[in-house]
Design a protein around this ligand. Sequence first.
Ligand SMILES: [Zn+2]
Length: 352
Amino acid sequence: MPPEHMRAIVIEEPGGPLVERTVPTPVPGPGDALLQVGACAVDRFDLAIRRGVRERVGTLPHILGHEISGTVAALGPGATGPEPGTRVASSLYLVCGSCRWCRRGRETICERFGGHVGVDIPGGYAEYVVVPARNLVPIPDPIGFPEASVIANAIGTPYHALVVRMGLGPGWRVVVTGAGGGVGLHAVQIGAMVGASVMAVDIGSTKLDLARDLGAEVAVDPTVTDLGAAIVEWTGGRGADGVLELVGPATMQATLPGLAKGGRMVIVGSHSGSEWSIDPGDIYRNEWEIRGSRNVTVDELATVVDLVASGRIRPMVAGTHPFSAVEELHRRVADGEVVGRDVLVPDDPGVG
Ligand SMILES: [Zn+2]
């Protein structure tokens, strides 16, 4: 039986400090599972929720954390999912499972989208967390909890974007912007895995060297090299077959003109701004396809788990840290110091 109380890191006011508290262990409702948290990765999204917490979160204090792995501790009434004792990774979207899109395998655009674990319901900066049982994917023993915690978001997101939404295949030339980030480093690996040639775009030699090590054919720092010209040169003037945009308008001004005729741009993030202008004539004359992509389905996640288990994708865990380090981890994310993902683990592993 889970204990009546647990340790959790909570926010008690918007933008306020992250403080460790002892709180009641949550009880799984119908269709839910209670997880004993094995690890919870820290992501830039956590910082945004922390700043604007009152607008997104119904009740304070709130527990952050949406990239979660753990062990099923209990199932709620009527829940069908992995049995208690099963090690799992957890998807972070709250979807209905029965609307027209969920029924077509496109739960990422669920008509009754309920938000995110760690935003709209309490998250994984805690010893226990309640999530929908349908969100869980079992993980085999070779995958540790820290590695499993980054699967749903940092690996699942680029898998869905590149493999499902872009249809990336062997021989393609694909540009990945923000390639040195937590999502980008896995996008580079997925691109190389499917046999595409990858141009990694990011700022700073550390991230670009790592992107090369993970399979990028070329790596470009747009603050040093003209990105548009680099794409033209790399593709022999033809343009890239695909562009994965993880940055937004700041790089799209250069990457869109670098798209080949018939090319596909998939937009996953736009943290560099929300305004972007484009000549519609460029789209139809080139028969460009510009698509959005968000997160990953639970079915796809099962495939991603297999790819990680077989060693074809390496989860980029920067380090594992105890609860007491959480403020430092948020600072590191805010300052762009993390290569991959820093991960919180409830049991202090004594690793800095
Ligand atoms: Zn739905």
